[in-house]
Design a binder for this molecule. Structure first.
Ligand code: FPP
Ligand code: MG
Length: 295
């Protein structure tokens, strides 16, 4: 991983703007899930660390923009850039990171550049759908999963496919692995938003629903409730709710097994991903660790 960090540091330095270096140094790198995947799929390829750096910079840029869009004050347990520097700086820092990452993409074959750049268009479409869907209560599971795929799974899918291309491994099975890993990861994230506390999450708990995001557990819950309870659930959508109402929602989510059902889908997707890469135990281990995270 230190070769990835070295590439990232070189790229940031090349931007040639002290302000950017300082701001970037304050960002938490996070789990570097996408970089780890790339290194595991193409461990011997000399360009794998650069590909990993490019993908991590794109991811960092998307989170900077996402926190502006979501008006989120915390990211990975520390104040977001928009909280400390304002939205204008956060947007521009995102633009710098992601355009610089794109410049680095020219070092790769056309097919690799295409798969990564197409995923950024998909990512942005997904984010826009997320914004639109949060404006009203969305109770459609398919719409939700389509948005989730675009918003979070496509960059992981692209990272897996692009590194398989580098390593001359089977692209389709690695892409499926990446896609299902991404979907499953996000569904677990949605569950943790409900079941974890603020200290563990690094952001307020049950924040998705306050932000208007009807994640899978809420969609399942809605369809299990009677009309009166559905109305009560809708009343809390996209607003700050009292802790009493939050407790009621949480109790309903448990009673109607909405969390369990969401977890079952995450598990099914993860098992499909495992099947796709069963001859690579180190990739299977990533999925096992991810499922473990939810306990
Ligand atoms: C987090 O979702 C958001 C994303 C993973 C993608 C955001 C994508 C864009 C803003 C498109 C622009 C892309 C670039 C490269 C500039 P979330 O809000 O559900 O998760 P969170 O709880 O981590 O904030
Ligand atoms: Mg967000």
């Amino acid at each position: 991983m230190h070769r990835v960090e070295e590439e990232i540091a070189r790229i940031i330095k090349e931007i040639g703007y002290k302000e950017v270096e300082d701001l970037f140094a304050k960002l938490s790198g996070g789990k570097r899930l996408r970089a780890k995947l790339i290194l595991k799929i193409a461990p011997l390829h000399p360009k794998a660390p650069l590909l990993a750096a490019v993908v991590e910079l794109i991811h960092a840029a998307s989170l900077l923009h996402d926190d502006v869009i979501d008006e989120a004050m915390l990211r990975r347990g520390t104040p977001s850039v928009n909280a400390t520097e304002g939205s204008k700086i956060a947007v521009m820092l995102g633009d710098i990171l992601y355009s610089k990452a794109f410049s680095e993409l020219v070092e790769f074959d056309k097919e690799i550049a295409k798969v990564v750049s197409n995923s950024v268009t998909a990512l942005s479409k997904g984010e826009m759908m997320d914004v639109k869907m949060a404006q009203t209560f969305n109770s459609d599971e398919t719409n939700y999963l389509d948005m989730l795929y675009l918003k979070t799974a496509t960059l992981i899918e692209a990272a897996a496919a692009a590194s398989a291309m580098l390593a001359q491994k089977d692209v389709a099975s690695h892409a499926l692995f990446g896609k299902n890993l991404g979907l499953s990861f996000q569904i677990i994230d949605d569950i943790l938003d409900i079941t974890s506390d603020e200290t563990t999450l690094g952001k307020p708990a049950m924040n998705d629903y306050v932000e208007g995001k009807c994640t899978l557990p809420y969609i399942y819950l809605y369809h299990s409730l009677d009309a009166a309870a559905q109305e009560r659930l809708l009343l809390s959508h996209a607003k700050k709710i009292t802790s009493q109402e939050a407790l009621w929602i949480k109790a309903q989510l448990i009673e109607h097994k909405s969390i369990e059902r969401s977890f079952e889908l995450a598990l099914r997707l993860s098992n499909e991903a495992k099947e796709a890469v069963k001859e690579y135990p180190e990739l299977v281990a990533i999925l096992d660790a991810m499922i473990q995270r939810s306990y």
